[in-house]
Design a protein around this ligand. Structure first.
Ligand code: ADP
Ligand code: MG
Length: 400
């Protein structure tokens, strides 16, 4: 386990836009030709279902990553405000992951996004200088990786004078992450980073890739607040890949092409030949997709207590059935959930650490935050930080 120093953000630093621009000028001695912003995200409900054709309900944050770009002759060179180094690679056609083998891992997200965007939408594009600066803490479940990829892809659109369809852009970023960062992610993070809308969460159907903004309750009444567990258990020792594999291998035994097609009623009589891992995966995924549907309906009807109860249920399923939580996350979710004014609380993201998201009556937020900080410190000796989620718009060009 690592205690996530990386998950703290100094809010006194200048905006990521100012930092990306300054970094670009410092590294490359000229103003960037184009700049773009792409947000991180928090998933309100529907975790570990995006890779099963499921339904998810994330919101884009108002925090994100800014990418500044400019032309360079024959090479891709990148700098990050958050990480030392200035990796460079020749523009090869095609650029492959093995060309990046000796370069730092984060460069894979950047050069990979360049390569997929170039090969699909701008064959023959020249080299680039890239500077990024982010306010999304890396590796903690708020999707710093997608905001990085989407900011790079969007800055390249501006630089190259092209417009790429939102779903195609999300798929290009996902492919970059699969192939150049070796992470078999779903499409949710990239899609919400592109299609987010202020004041809304985005209802995403991972099967047909539709993304529909849905207004959240008025901020004066209730808000989503996220609390950092301050731990990250490095992908749960391969736990993510194992869980995905169980979702796959259950399918022939269940007689469906996707867990999305398996009815909730069928859970009462699952086939006997499922392994324990396949049974747990089926139970979690099928009930979680059902919870997303019900959550959206309850929220739209203003039934916050009932919606919150589904968040609690979702946490229980992730922790006890799918087992992707950890003791600190469970402790934090329990502390948050039991405060007055909180409708529900759950871990969010891939798990094994990261953040808890809660639905809280807005007038109660300050009181809840104070109580949670104290109780989490008492229970774990860790200092949680928190942010009120102010759902923002998706990726945008800042300069072209
Ligand atoms: P999450 O997306 O939940 O934050 P991931 O493990 O998917 O976590 O992605 C984190 C990785 O993304 C980092 O380890 C790093 O390689 C890359 N990354 C994210 N933000 C930045 C940044 N500002 N500069 C450089 N690399 C970054
Ligand atoms: Mg990620």
């Amino acid at each position: 386990m690592s205690i996530g120093a990386a998950s703290r953000i100094d809010l006194s630093t200048p905006s990521p836009e100012a930092r990306a621009r300054a970094l670009f000028v410092q590294a490359f001695g000229t103003e960037p030709a184009a700049m773009a912003f792409a947000p991180g995200r928090v998933n309100l409900i529907g975790d570990h279902v995006d890779y099963c054709d499921g339904l998810v309900f994330p919101a884009a944050l108002s925090d994100g990553c800014v990418c500044a770009v400019g032309p360079r002759s024959g090479e891709i060179c990148a700098v990050s405000a958050e990480i030392d180094g200035e990796p460079v690679v020749d523009v090869l056609s095609p650029l492959t992951p093995s060309d990046l083998a000796d370069l730092p891992g984060w460069f894979g997200y950047v050069a990979g996004t360049y390569e997929v965007m170039r090969s699909r939408f701008m064959p023959g594009a020249g080299g680039v200088n890239i500077a990024v600066a982010s306010e999304v803490p890396p590796g903690s479940g708020l999707s710093s990786s997608a905001s990085l990829e989407v900011s790079v892809a969007t800055a390249l659109e501006a630089l190259w004078g092209i417009r790429v369809d939102p779903v195609e852009k999300a798929l290009a970023c996902q492919k970059a992450e699969h192939e150049f960062a070796d992470t078999p992610c779903g499409l949710m993070d990239q899609l919400v980073s592109i299609t987010g809308r202020a004041g809304c969460a985005v209802s995403i159907d991972c099967r047909d890739r539709s993304a529909t903004p849905v207004p959240l309750p008025p901020a004066s009444r209730a808000s989503f607040v996220i609390f950092d567990s301050v731990v990250s258990h490095a992908n749960g020792d391969g736990g993510y890949a194992e869980r995905r594999a169980a979702c796959e291998s259950a399918l022939p035994k269940l007689g469906v092409a996707s867990l999305r097609d398996f009815p909730v009623e069928g859970l009462a009589a699952l086939p006997a030949d499922l392994t324990d891992a396949e049974r747990d995966a089926t139970n979690h995924v099928v009930t979680e997709i059902d919870r997303v549907r019900r959550f959206q309906a309850l929220l739209a009807a203003g039934k916050l207590a009932e919606a919150g109860a589904l968040m609690d249920e979702s946490h229980r399923s992730l922790a006890e059935v799918f087992r992707v939580s950890c003791p600190e996350l469970d402790t934090l979710a329990e502390i948050v959930r039991t405060q007055e004014g909180v409708h529900g609380a759950r871990m969010t993201g891939g798990g094994f650490g990261g953040w808890v998201v809660a639905l809280i009556d807005t007038p109660k937020i300050d009181e809840v935050e104070d109580a949670v900080v104290r109780a989490y410190r008492r229970a774990t000796k860790l200092e949680t930080t928190h942010r009120v989620v102010r759902p923002g718009d998706g990726a945008r060009i800042i300069k072209s």
